[in-house]
Design a protein around this ligand. Structure first.
Ligand code: NAD
Length: 254
């Protein structure tokens, strides 16, 4: 979205990290912003700082998304841009708990589907709307040490692609933001492994946003991700060999 002045914007998971940076940036650029987070106190703090409205609550469950979209529509008089940003990063592999797989699926994927379900009708009717999904480079590549995160971020990217391919000619713009490491509490919680894999090239939450304005579908704040993504497609075995080499380094430190 090139000009957000006066636009009605919702950002989920905006009490912290990338979502807080998105909310602050859009508010500073003249948008009317609704700050959502499941952590009500964090959402209120960000909203107060950016002169925005706050609608705390779960942005993933069916009733949670319905409430958020309905209250935000009332507050803003219509939603022009919805940032499906809230996400969780559960660690573990195939043995990760059922509950962790389920939460990852609900927050990282179904939150986007449920928001799109409610927003698409009004957007098609008026011929415009904008969905920004915070995915991850893990949705294009993988995240060692976290199968639930890798799998659900691939699904989130697949859904964003599907939306763009289906509604591009009817005025709906979809963008998928796919950073590697970003200095937020989520990266901090990934511990020594996250630091080894992502720490060296980690960027600030504010730096993630800079690429959004050019309107491209795939926003890659780390340009090296484009090269790795191309390498994965061109020669999957070579790419997997490289990833397994990194896994062995992770096991040495872990
Ligand atoms: N930090 C990174 O290195 C990184 C890299 C790539 C992608 N991402 C993605 O960026 C997004 C934002 O993460 P972040 O790094 O800013 O993390 P963060 O932990 O700083 O912020 C995430 C926020 O989402 C909120 N949240 C979680 N579940 C929610 C729910 N059901 N409803 C509403 N709010 C909820 C949390 O309370 C938290 O405030 C996530 O989708 C994450 O997967 C992060």
């Amino acid at each position: 979205m090139k000009n957000v002045t006066g636009a009605g914007v919702v950002v989920t998971g905006a009490g912290s990290g990338i979502g807080a940076a998105l909310a602050r940036r859009f508010a500073a650029e003249g948008a009317r912003v609704v700050v959502n987070d499941i952590n009500a106190a964090a959402a209120a703090e960000v909203a107060a700082g950016g002169d925005a409205a706050v609608v705390p609550g779960d942005a993933a469950s069916e009733p949670g998304v319905a409430r958020l979209v309905s209250v935000a529509t009332e507050v803003l008089g219509g939603i022009d841009l919805y940032c499906a940003n809230a996400g969780v990063a559960q660690g573990g592999g195939q043995d990760a708990a059922e509950a962790d797989w389920e939460t990852s699926w609900q927050v990282n994927v179904m939150a986007h589907v449920r928001a799109a379900r409610l927003l698409t009708g009004p957007w098609l009717e008026r011929g415009s709307g904008h969905l920004i999904c915070t995915v991850s480079a893990a949705g294009l590549l993988t995240m060692l040490g976290s199968a639930p995160y890798s799998v659900t971020k691939h699904a989130a990217l697949a859904f964003a692609e599907w939306m763009a391919a289906t509604y591009g000619h009817r005025g709906i713009v979809v963008q998928a933001v796919c950073p590697q490491g970003v200095r937020t509490p989520l990266l901090g919680a990934s511990g020594a492994v996250g630091e080894l894999i992502l720490g060296g090239s980690a960027i600030s939450p504010e730096a993630v946003i800079d690429g959004i304005a050019d309107g491209r579908f795939l926003i890659l704040p780390h340009p090296e991700v484009a090269r790795m993504y191309a390498g994965r497609a061109a020669d999957p075995d070579r790419w997997l060999h490289g990833m397994n080499k990194l896994q062995r380094r992770v096991e040495e430190i872990g």
